[in-house]
Design a protein around this ligand. Structure first.
Ligand SMILES: *Cc1c(COP(=O)(O)O)cnc(C)c1O
Length: 376
C-alpha cells in the first residue's frame, strides 16, 4: 500500500508532470518571472472558470484578505464580523489593519458562521462580514447576503478552502463560492484544493471600481508607474506559480470529484457508528472537501488520533483553539464559554487524510483503523 499522507502532492504531480514541467520551463526560458504573461493567462482562465469579472492574483490568501479589507476603505475601529472557528488569517488581517474583529459562534452542523449570531453581533460600527466557507462547503450565503443588505454591510468571503464549491440560492441561481459577496478571497497554498508549488492567492470581484482599487493596492497603490494614489502593499503571484496553476486548473473539477468520492467512501464506512458524526451536507451548497472532518463523541479524540498515527495514518485537528481563546487575540469582551459550539468542535473534531489520490486500499485501511479506535 502507498504511504498514507494527509495530502499527496507528489502522486498528483506525476500525473500532470509534463504540463507542469513545460510551463515552468517556459517561464525560465522567457525569464518573465514577475507579472509575466502566464499570470495574466491564468487570471483570465480562472475568471472564465468562476464566471467572475475580475480575478486579482496575490502573493497568498492572507494578503488577498488584507487587500480586500483595504479596498473597502474601512477605518480604524470599524467592526468586522468573523467566525471564531477558522484559520487565524481570517481575523489576523482585521486586527493588523486596526479594525476591530468581532467573533461569532458557528453552526454545529455545518461548522460555518451562524447567521443568527451574526445578526446579534451587528452594531452601528459594523462594516463588514467575513464568512469562511470552512472545509469546502459554503456558509449560508442567502441569509448572510440578505442580512448584509438589510444593514448595508460589505461581505468578503474567505474562500481559501472552497474554490470550486457552488452555492444554490433559493431562486435556483447557482454561484461559485467567492463570487457571491462584494469580494472573495482564495489561497493557492500547496495543500489547498487548487494549490501551487509555493505561495499564491487571488481576489475575486464583479465590482469594477473595487477591482481597480484592489489591483492598485496589491501593487504599492500605484496606477500610473511611480505615482502612488493609495497606500498599498507588494503582493503578487509569481509566473512559476501561475504556470503550475495553469496546468492544474483544467483538472480542478476532476480533483473535486476525487475528493467527493473519497468522502462518500468515508461516509458509508462510518454510517451509523454512535461515536462518529460524519460531515453534514448542506443542500444549498456543494462540498469540495478541503477537509473531511469528523466529530467524535464518547471517545478520547486525542487517543484516537495517536492510535491512527501508530498505524501510519495521519489525522489532524483543524482547529484546536478558537480565535477568541488565542493568546494574541485575548480581548476583555470574550471569555471561555462564550462560543460553546466552536469550543466543543475544537475538542471533538478530527480531519482524516483527504486528497485527490486516495485509493480504495488506503481508504479501507483508514476506515478500518478509525472504527477499531473508536469502538474500543
Ligand atoms: C489557508 C487559509 C488562509 C490563508 O491562506 P495563505 O495562502 O496561507 O495565506 C486564510 N483563511 C483560511 C480559512 C485558510 O484556510
Amino acid at each position: 500500500m502507498k504511504k498514507i499522507q494527509m495530502v499527496d502532492l507528489k502522486s498528483q504531480y506525476l500525473k500532470i508532470k509534463e504540463d507542469v514541467d513545460r510551463g515552468i520551463q517556459e517561464v525560465i526560458d522567457t525569464t518573465s518571472f514577475v507579472k509575466g504573461g502566464k499570470v495574466v493567462e491564468f487570471q483570465q482562465e480562472l475568471e472564465k472558470y468562476l464566471g467572475v469579472k475580475h480575478v486579482i492574483p496575490t502573493g497568498n490568501g492572507t494578503d488577498a484578505l488584507q487587500i480586500a479589507l483595504m479596498g473597502l476603505g474601512l477605518q480604524r475601529g470599524d467592526e468586522v464580523i468573523t467566525p471564531t472557528f477558522t484559520f487565524i488569517a481570517t481575523a489576523e488581517v482585521v486586527a493588523l489593519l486596526g479594525l476591530t474583529p468581532v467573533v461569532v459562534d458557528v453552526d454545529p452542523e455545518t461548522f460555518n458562521m451562524s447567521v443568527e449570531a451574526v445578526r446579534k453581533a451587528i452594531t452601528p460600527k459594523t462594516k463588514a462580514i467575513v464568512p469562511v466557507h470552512l472545509f469546502g462547503q459554503c456558509a449560508d450565503m442567502q441569509a448572510l447576503m440578505d442580512l448584509a443588505k438589510e444593514h448595508n454591510l460589505y461581505v468578503v468571503e474567505d474562500a481559501c478552502q472552497s474554490i470550486g464549491s457552488k452555492y444554490i440560492f433559493d431562486d435556483g441561481r447557482v454561484c461559485q463560492s467567492g463570487c457571491i459577496g462584494n469580494i472573495g478571497c482564495t489561497s493557492f497554498f500547496p495543500s489547498k484544493n487548487l494549490g501551487c508549488y509555493g505561495d499564491g492567492g487571488a481576489i475575486f470581484t464583479n465590482d469594477d471600481d473595487l477591482a481597480a482599487r484592489m489591483r492598485a493596492i496589491a501593487n504599492h497603490g500605484m496606477v500610473v508607474r511611480y505615482h502612488h494614489d493609495l497606500i498599498g502593499v507588494n503582493s503578487r503571484l509569481d509566473s512559476i506559480q501561475a504556470a503550475v496553476l495553469q496546468a492544474k486548473l483544467p483538472h480542478l473539477d476532476e480533483y473535486i470529484a476525487a475528493r467527493q468520492s473519497a468522502a462518500a467512501y468515508y461516509d458509508k464506512a462510518f454510517a451509523g457508528n454512535p461515536h462518529i458524526t460524519t460531515p453534514y451536507r448542506d443542500p444549498k451548497s456543494t462540498h469540495v472537501f478541503h477537509q473531511y472532518t469528523l466529530k467524535l463523541s464518547g471517545v478520547d479524540r486525542n487517543a484516537v488520533q495517536a492510535q491512527l498515527k501508530e498505524k501510519g495514518i495521519p489525522a489532524m485537528i483543524y482547529y484546536p483553539v478558537p480565535l477568541h481563546l488565542q493568546k494574541a487575540y485575548q480581548d476583555p469582551r470574550y471569555k471561555q464559554g462564550d462560543f460553546p459550539v466552536a469550543e466543543e468542535l475544537c475538542a471533538t473534531v478530527l480531519s482524516l487524510p483527504m486528497h485527490t489520490e486516495l485509493d480504495e486500499e488506503q481508504l479501507k485501511y483508514i476506515t478500518d483503523a478509525v472504527l477499531e479506535a473508536v469502538n474500543q
